[in-house]
Design a binder for this molecule. Structure first.
Ligand code: HEM
Length: 406
């Protein structure tokens, strides 16, 4: 435990460090990857370039430091990150490397202002924070490895089916290559794919939500092809999966992880809101609701650009038609001429609060949402405006956790 003087130093320097937050974390990554290039096998290079990961790490370290004497208050945030770390294979031995370079970066950016006293206090605080992460993650490793059909680290899977779902989304059906059993998962969880790509110096790891119900003989992921856009390069792993991976090929994945999961101990109505490929965890949740809570009222609302981008329409429409208590709504941001003719959507443009209120009638529901950041901000703002309490709002970011403030 830290003494009160150390705690005082930490708390009083948090604002200073926070002010230089991204400068420090950018410098930190730069120095760490220079000294430990092997870590580039684990980190997402694109997130680094966009600075998203720097921000996420900085925010967490400062939030943790702020609550250094009552770390239990940040435990939910730790768990969410720990799931991701576990899924990526972050281990106890990596923590001292991160700690050392974080202190080096603080010294480097703050210069003389970073006295020995301050650096020592932060070194101690980092150790305390790291221990919390390490112990939470150790438990997660044990659980993943020891549950029936579970495993440790990466396991080889065969692509048994590759299926186009829309112009941009393709599903991959995965079965263990060793012929062994497959662990169950909670709807909403994701796996990490390790992509080993010709001509790339490092492996690329990416998370994908499991897009089918648990309990089957395969896992399914559904991947959006990220094409090059003005300032954003084409997605390395999504294009690899779409263009280079075929049925019969092998890929390596880690066991399911994540805390964005359906609460099946509730019985109040549930609303599943998704934008684009954010639909993947929702399908898993919807199928689970249909089979495990057949009387629960479910509203499935999906926003797509138009029918050419819209995946899983038949799959969802069939489930809705088979269950009286499952309602399905679609909004198209820019419907095609054929869409307008066919009237195969219920809302023209974005999902907004007046429309949600008109289809849902009441805010007495559990809300789950996932999609592009702007979509998530709009959903969050709408639900807040509608006075939905925080504990009934659940969401997941694809990529580094960001802010939903508008
Ligand atoms: C992701 C915090 C230690 C590797 C993250 C995220 C946060 C975070 C906030 C983003 C989570 C999300 O997007 O949901 C921390 C803190 C640490 C720590 C506070 C120390 C106390 C480590 C260590 C490693 C590591 C030791 C391994 C060397 C990663 C990787 C990601 C990640 C690879 C995924 C992000 C990406 O690749 O873009 N961490 N982390 N972290 N962390 Fe850590």
């Amino acid at each position: 435990l830290l003494d009160s003087k150390t705690i005082d130093i930490i708390k009083s320097t948090v604002p200073v460090l926070a002010e230089h937050g991204t400068a420090i974390t950018s410098r930190f990554y730069q120095m760490m990857f220079t000294n430990h290039p092997e870590l580039l096998h684990i980190f997402n290079h694109v997130n680094q370039k966009q600075g998203k990961q720097q921000q996420a790490l900085a925010n967490t370290v400062y939030a943790a430091a702020q609550y250094i004497d009552q770390l239990e208050t940040i435990l939910p945030a730790v768990k969410q990150i720990a799931h991701k770390h576990r899924s990526l294979g972050v281990k106890a031995e990596h923590y001292p490397i991160v700690g050392e370079h974080l202190l080096l970066a603080i010294k480097d950016v703050l210069g003389d202002a970073a006295t020995d006293e301050i650096i020592n206090a932060w070194g101690e605080a980092y150790g305390v924070i790291a221990d919390v992460f390490i112990s939470v993650e150790q438990e997660m490793y044990n659980e993943a490895a020891t549950k029936p059909g579970g495993w440790d680290g990466f396991r080889e899977f065969t692509i048994t089916k590759k299926e186009k779902e829309s112009d941009v989304i393709t599903s991959f059906y995965l079965k263990p290559k060793d012929g062994g059993s497959l662990s169950n998962f909670q709807p909403g969880q994701y796996i990490t794919v390790k992509a080993i790509i010709d001509g790339e110096a490092y492996t690329h790891l990416r998370q994908y939500s499991l897009s089918d119900a648990p309990g089957g003989e395969y896992y399914r992921i559904s991947v959006k092809r990220e094409d090059e856009k003005e300032d954003i390069p084409a997605g390395i792993v999504s294009n690899f999966l779409h263009h280079k991976v075929s049925e019969g090929d092998t890929i390596e994945i880690t066991a399911p992880a994540g805390d964005f999961v359906l609460q099946t101990n509730e019985n109040r109505p549930v609303v599943l809101l998704s934008g684009g490929v954010g639909q993947t965890p929702m399908i898993s949740m919807l199928k689970t609701l249909a089979s495990q809570q057949p009387t629960r009222v479910v509203t499935y609302v999906h926003a797509a650009i138009n029918s050419t981008y819209h995946a899983f329409h038949e799959e969802i429409a069939r489930i809705a038609s088979e269950h009286e208590n499952i309602n399905y709504f679609v909004s198209y941001e820019s419907p095609t001429a054929e869409d307008q003719q066919a009237q195969n959507y219920q809302k023209d443009g974005h999902i907004d609060l007046p429309w949600l209120q008109s289809i849902l009638k009441s805010n007495e529901a559990d809300f789950y949402f996932c999609g592009p950041v702007l979509f998530m901000k709009a959903m969050n703002q709408s639900l807040k405006e509608w006075n939905v309490p925080d504990e009934r709002i659940h969401y997941e970011f694809f990529g580094p956790k960001g802010s939903l403030e508008v």
